[in-house]
Ligand binder design. Structure first.
Ligand code: FAD
Ligand code: NAP
Length: 510
């Protein structure tokens, strides 16, 4: 039977008709249900017209946006562009327009105080009203660190700080929506405090020699929908701070990420387990005075001093197993980072790493790399081409896609190795393919034994064209490739020959 909506939509018993205070509801057009609205908000469409930027709105500015196709409303100090929502509003357009260009808090409270507008209108958030925020209860007035650099226009981030007897809270206003705990890397080393907030291709830095001593650990909270970060430091002594401290290099500045340089902290080796005959799972612990979560698809640099010289090599964090990402909850304050590392007996760095004893330290940098989680948006088919330890970035990519991408139909991994003994986490991969029908697996060996029944050889047009079949003709596809440089280069060439576009391919390189 065809799913034809009733003429008057929503239907008489629909939740959208549940009215408070006898408020009248208007018939909505077809395709304008709450579910349709939720779909639109999840579609990634820019509903504010501000490309994810949050702005401070003056009263004069608010007043200007008073038309149906350009309608801003303020609710409890936050301004929303409700034009895209007009046709979905169960109370009708007229009701929304009565608050156009003004503060609609009272009207909102009269009509539907129970509605979770913060989440319903999350994607319509334009920013905050430009008024001085009141001091949170129990907090003392701040005094500001001297800012060496002037602000770079209205959208550049800013910060503030507050204190109680026991705590100092640094608040960073990023004015961006897509900020989460991965975006902030914070370290307290000696008496200096450094917090780097990654905003697209830029870093906003707080870098201060603190005026007083603090305890080792601190916490980081992010209010995602308003792009606010709170870093709560614990004072060593309950005295009142007159200032936060003295600015250090690049403090309070927004600089291209590529110009920030690599920043390291010492991590302790907690465990080392054999995974194959030459590859080991290393577990490192971050210091308590560091907040760092490596985003999916990014790598870090290790630094060791080898015969008097500092040597740096990149490594890609994985999870402790292929199934750990599916376990709930993943603790936000997770202090452990795992790495699958192949030891080359004739190599420079890996034999040194292998000689580290449990309890020894290695310096680990901030995350680097150009993979963007937005590449997963609306993804339907994900193809992973990995050779040897080129499997490492695929671990988090695979788990992230299977756990977080509702549109995903298929994930296929083609994993190239010399022999069966070289295959990293083979039984885990086979278990995952058995458990999750969306995941398919193909091993290809270049030096197989005569008993090997699977695919053999090297990356080739024949292997790829058979493997890279879209689940639908129109499927949105992403192909990730990683391995020895000549393997990746060869693979990229073959993918272009097969007419995959640049946007459909991501190669992991340094
Ligand atoms: P190297 O000294 O670089 O030697 C490696 C091998 O090459 C040895 O067998 C050596 O004998 C041989 N070799 C060296 N020089 C020559 C030469 N001139 N001619 C012929 N042969 C030579 N690796 C991982 O194991 N896990 C990861 O998660 C990981 N992530 C990475 C992420 C990125 C972004 C990149 C670029 C690389 C990553 N790597 C990873 C590789 C890693 O960075 C190192 O390259 C690797 O560990 C080898 O380091 P090494 O110093 O021990 O070996
Ligand atoms: P490996 O065992 O030497 O090779 C894995 C498979 O790839 C083998 O079957 C090998 O075949 C094949 N292969 C090698 N070169 C090839 C080429 N030119 N064309 C086609 N196939 C080729 O691999 P590994 O020692 O684990 O090395 C992994 C590589 O991945 C390292 O170079 C590392 O730097 C890189 N890596 C990069 C990242 C990143 O993010 N950029 C992350 C992790 C690892 P044969 O050996 O039989 O020829």
């Amino acid at each position: 039977m065809l799913n034809v909506p009733s003429q008057s939509f929503p239907g008489p018993s629909s939740q959208q008709r549940v009215s408070s205070g006898g408020r009248s509801k208007v018939p909505l057009k077809q395709g304008r249900s709450l579910m349709d609205w939720i779909r639109l908000t999840k579609s990634g469409k820019d509903l504010t017209g501000l490309k994810g930027r949050l702005i401070e709105v003056t009263e004069e500015e608010l007043k200007k946006h008073n038309k149906k196709d350009d309608c801003w409303i303020c609710i409890r100090g936050f301004v929303y562009n409700v034009s895209p929502y007009m046709e979905y509003h169960p109370g009708g357009e007229e009701e929304l327009m009565s608050a156009a260009g003004s503060d609609g808090t009272d009207l909102f409270d009269q009509v539907h105080r129970w509605v979770n507008y913060e989440s319903m209108l999350k994607e319509c958030l334009v920013g905050r009203m430009a008024v001085k925020p009141a001091f949170p209860k129990g907090m003392l007035p701040k005094s500001q660190v001297t800012d060496p650099l002037a602000k770079e226009g209205p959208s550049s981030p800013s910060y503030d700080w507050f204190q109680t007897d026991a705590l100092v809270t640094i608040v960073i206003y990023t004015k961006q929506k897509d900020i989460n705990l991965d975006s902030v890397i914070a370290d307290h080393q000696d008496d200096s405090f450094r917090a780097e907030t990654v905003i697209k291709d830029y870093s906003y830095l707080i870098h201060i020699a603190l005026s007083h001593e603090i305890q080792e650990d601190f916490s980081v909270r992010v209010v995602e929908n308003v792009g606010k970060i709170e870093i709560v430091l614990k004072k060593k002594e309950n005295t009142s701070w007159k200032c936060l401290g003295h600015p250090l290099e690049n403090h309070n500045s927004l600089i291209p990420k590529k110009d920030t340089g690599l920043y390291y902290r010492k991590c302790q080796l907690i465990s080392k387990e054999d995974v194959t005959h030459d590859t080991k799972l290393f577990c490192l612990m971050l210091p308590p005075s560091t907040h760092l979560q490596v985003p999916t698809g990014l790598h870090v640099y290790f630094k060791l001093t080898i015969t008097g010289t500092e040597i740096v090599k990149p490594y890609t964090p994985v999870s402790d197993s292929l199934f750990s990402e599916f376990k709930e909850p993943v603790l936000p304050n997770n202090k452990y980072i795992y790495f699958l590392i192949k030891i080359y007996p004739a190599g420079l760095f890996t034999p040194e790493l292998d000689h580290l004893q449990i309890g020894d330290y290695v310096s680990v940098s901030n995350p680097e790399g150009n993979f963007k989680i937005s590449q997963f948006q609306d993804l339907e088919d994900l193809f992973l081409l990995a050779a040897g330890t080129g499997f490492t970035p695929m671990v988090k990519v695979l788990s992230y896609a299977l756990t977080n991408i509702p549109s995903l139909r298929k994930v296929k991994l083609m994993f190239f190795n010399k022999t069966e003994d070289d295959i990293i986490w083979r039984s885990q991969l086979e278990k995952l393919a058995f458990k999750d029908k969306r995941f398919d697996l193909e091993f290809v060996l270049s030096v197989p034994t005569s008993e090997w029944n699977g695919k053999r050889g090297y990356i080739s047009p024949a292997l790829l064209s058979e493997f890279l079949k879209r689940s639908l003709d129109t499927s949105k596809v992403l192909i990730c490739i990683c391995g020895p440089m000549p393997f990746t280069e060869q693979g990229m060439k073959l993918l272009h020959d097969l007419n995959f576009s640049k946007d459909e391919i991501h190669s992991f390189t340094a």
